[in-house]
Design a protein around this ligand. Structure first.
Ligand SMILES: O=c1ccn([C@@H]2O[C@H](COP(=O)(O)OP(=O)(O)O)[C@@H](O)[C@H]2O)c(=O)[nH]1
Ligand SMILES: O=C(O)[C@@H](COP(=O)(O)O)O[C@H]1O[C@H](CO)[C@@H](O)[C@H](O)[C@H]1O
Length: 332
């Protein structure tokens, strides 16, 4: 049953109409003309992505460095990979830095958010596009679509991609089954507690781009809290009208298990809680617990009455401070 549009906030409806574009609207040549003196960096966080990272880097290099020099640097952040990710990425033409080398001397942090922060620190582009490294059938319109709104409209500070997300099961593909954490956790959380962001079709999408001057003014939440944390921090910093989204068509990527997505959802909820505290909607900075207990069928440590193994995970998140604050501290 479709609910009437009446229950969509007029602000969100206007924003969704006015600040939503389509990747096909901008050709690499048109963006090169619009680019002027701006430099463009692409950052790809990659943990054990040897199977997909090469094609993604090669496609960006072929279309957007060699054919049309729109992208000035392609950086892959090796996020503690134990496979040949770094070598495959280098061979495909990317610069590769290790997350841990970029953050040496700082407290150790975990996960994707830390890798992205390291990538921002290791690049110099005025515009920075982030693309996940586990994408299948990657096309360079993912990058031109993210850059289009900012290269043609100075009032846009940040662009989030959205797409249809098929879920590739073992025997069949569910056309819109992907984005499970988005549909079951992030979207309800956003609509109930951060409703001004309800117009984002894919709030957790790993493909997004921003102006460095803005990206360096927000913290990067560690782990999988980085995307929801960034959206909330950006709307507070620059306002909804400076944010945009762009239709990238369809996205296929490697799917994690439900158990792994449960841990991801918990990190997203802890991040949302911390932003609710900052907005005065929660009385404590941390929820009552940040431990997640999950039950795993069988296992060598199965408990007698449960016939299941108990897996307990710490889902608290930390965050890297805005890069600009570190720079000013170092400069002082
Ligand atoms: O500690 C981490 C976890 C993930 N990733 C990368 O972040 C992207 C998205 O992560 P993942 O695929 O695990 O999330 P999903 O797409 O399944 O939600 C991928 O390129 C991962 O290699 C990373 O660099 N470091
Ligand atoms: O959207 C989601 O539900 C999750 C899982 O996607 P799938 O159910 O495996 O398609 O993936 C997103 O969340 C991650 C955490 O924020 C991001 O890093 C991923 O890029 C994004 O795809």
């Amino acid at each position: 049953m479709w609910h009437s549009h009446a229950n969509t906030s007029p602000v969100v409806e206007a924003w969704t109409t006015y600040r939503t574009g389509h990747a096909g609207r901008w050709t690499p040549e048109a963006l090169l003309a619009a680019k002027g003196r701006d430099r463009v960096s692409v950052v790809i966080p990659a943990r054990n992505e040897e199977a997909t990272i090469g094609a993604i880097v090669a496609t960006i290099r072929r279309d957007l460095v060699e054919h049309v020099p729109l992208v000035d640097e392609i950086l892959v952040v090796d996020s503690r990979s134990t496979d040949a990710t770094a070598e495959v990425a280098r061979r495909a033409g990317a610069r590769v830095v290790s997350q841990d080398r970029m953050t040496r001397g700082l407290p150790r942090m975990e996960g994707k958010g830390d890798a992205l922060w390291a990538g921002l620190a290791a690049t110099t582009g005025d515009l920075v596009a982030f693309v996940d490294g586990d994408l299948h059938e990657f096309s360079s319109h993912f990058v031109t679509g993210l850059l289009g709104p900012m290269l043609t409209d100075q009032s846009v500070e940040f662009v989030k991609g959205f797409y249809h997300r098929p879920l590739n099961g073992p025997v069949s593909v569910e056309a819109d089954g992907g984005g499970r954490v988005t549909e079951l956790a992030a979207r309800p959380l956003i609509n109930l507690f951060f409703p001004e962001l309800a117009g984002f079709v894919q709030p957790l999408a790993g493909e997004y781009a921003g102006r460095r001057r803005t990206l360096e003014r927000v913290p990067f939440v560690s782990g999988y809290g980085v995307e929801i944390g960034m959206l909330i921090d950006l709307v507070d910093l620059v306002g909804l009208d400076a944010l945009a989204q762009v239709d990238l068509g369809e996205r296929k990527h490697r799917h994690q298990s439900s158990e792994a997505l449960g841990r991801m959802a918990a990190q997203i909820m802890v991040t949302a809680w911390s932003r609710m505290y900052r907005r005065g909607l929660a009385t404590e900075p941390l929820p009552p617990s940040t431990l997640l207990t999950q039950f795993r069928r069988g296992g060598h440590d199965a408990l007698p009455n449960l016939d299941r193994e108990i897996a307990v995970t710490e889902t608290a998140v930390t965050e890297r401070p805005p890069l600009a604050s570190l720079r000013s501290a170092v400069a002082a």
